[in-house]
Design a binder for this molecule. Structure first.
Ligand code: NAD
Ligand code: UDP
Length: 310
């Protein structure tokens, strides 16, 4: 029998890549998405696939399906989009987790949660390991996302303890690659599109804040390896430990694309984390997983994809 996998948020950036990987492995894939930040174009190539189905639905409302496993990815990930309607973002994270976990409990399906490095907030320890409890401002502009994801983790572990739901929780660090929305607002897509269009490259603050950028194929390999193992619930960090300042990223993108763009400084959004880098010891030991694609190679692939949008 084919393994039937539900992906909530399956029409988004990561959902699209996970779908491609699971279809290639012979799974049947059901995508459930309200198309808030995802799109039909993202999933157009799967439309006629005999083992693919798309259901337009909002995870805030309950759903009943028969599947073998669930990946819960539904949630806007870019600060621009999750702050557009912050109350809805909390509902998506929390109600979406309750509805997905309720389904997993009823049908006894293993369930994966796309959590985030944002649960560490503006971290006081560096790099961040899974045992770190985080430093999140509960009333700031990012809280709808950070606290929503923290509460979702709480729900996952309570359903696991109370109802023996078989959970896998991953904390994803900044991931980029083809099929990000060109106007998504995240830093890699912004810088590439600005450079390709010859516009100013907008550095928020002085650009000394750091991020660690993971190429999407590495992340998705980690998702599936983690979902397929039977020993660990997580939380598990997945990301690329290479750490770069935002100014270094801007310079790299500009050097690769060339053109007449200038680096300009814009106000730093509130609560913007100063630095971020995953400790991936646990993923290395458990899954023998580590990223294979470095930033240079990943940027080259991503730039090639975005050229079609200019
Ligand atoms: P994305 O915005 O491209 O995809 C999110 C998808 O969820 C979209 O297709 C959107 O339409 C859908 N969605 C949003 N609200 C919904 C709702 N109420 N009901 C149904 N569908 C809904 O973002 P992404 O980068 O693909 O992120 C996927 C998941 O991974 C998210 O949960 C995000 O928080 C998490 N994550 C991503 C990153 C990253 O760097 N890409 C980092 C940390 C965590
Ligand atoms: N950023 C920036 N210019 C942009 C978009 C983002 O300097 O056009 C910065 C942002 O302030 C943050 C980092 O890049 O410090 C990563 O931002 P992103 O929105 O991609 O993700 P975050 O890690 O903040 O959720």
């Amino acid at each position: 029998m084919r393994r039937k996998t539900l992906i909530t948020g399956g029409a988004g950036f990561l959902g699209r890549h996970l779908t491609a990987k699971l279809l290639a492995k012979g799974h049947e894939v059901l995508c459930l998405d309200n198309l808030f930040t995802g799109s039909k174009e993202n999933i157009a190539e799967f439309r006629d696939h005999p083992h693919y189905e798309f259901i337009r639905h909002d995870v805030v409302d309950p759903f009943k399906l028969e599947v073998d496993e669930i990946y819960n990815l539904a949630c806007p990930a870019s600060p621009v989009h999750y702050q557009y309607n912050p109350i809805k973002t909390v509902k998506t994270s929390v109600m979406g987790a309750i509805n997905s976990l309720g389904l997993a409990k009823r049908i006894k399906a293993r369930i994966f949660q796309a959590s985030t490095s944002e649960v560490y907030g503006d971290p006081e320890i560096h790099p961040q390991e899974e045992s770190y409890r985080g430093s999140v401002n509960p009333i700031g502009l990012r809280a709808c996302y950070d606290e929503g994801k923290r509460c979702a983790e709480t729900l996952f572990f309570d359903y696991h303890r109370e109802n023996a739901v078989d959970i896998r929780v991953v904390r994803i660090f900044n991931t980029y690659g083809p099929f990000m929305h060109p106007d998504d607002g995240r830093v890699v897509s912004n810088f590439i599109m600005q450079a390709l269009r010859g516009e100013d490259i907008t550095i928020y603050g002085n650009g000394s804040q750091t991020r660690s950028f993971c190429y999407v194929s590495d992340l998705i390999d980690g998702f599936v390896a983690f979902m397929e193992q039977n020993d660990e619930t997580g939380p598990l960090n997945l990301g690329n430990p290479g750490e770069f300042t935002i100014r270094e990223l801007a310079e790299k993108v500009l050097q690769k694309i060339g053109g007449r763009s200038k680096l300009v400084e814009k106000p730093l959004p509130s609560d913007d984390p100063v630095r971020r880098k995953p400790d991936i010891t646990k993923a290395r030991e458990l899954l023998q997983w580590e990223p294979k694609v470095d930033l240079d190679e990943g940027l080259d692939q991503t730039i090639a994809y975005f050229r079609d949008f200019v």
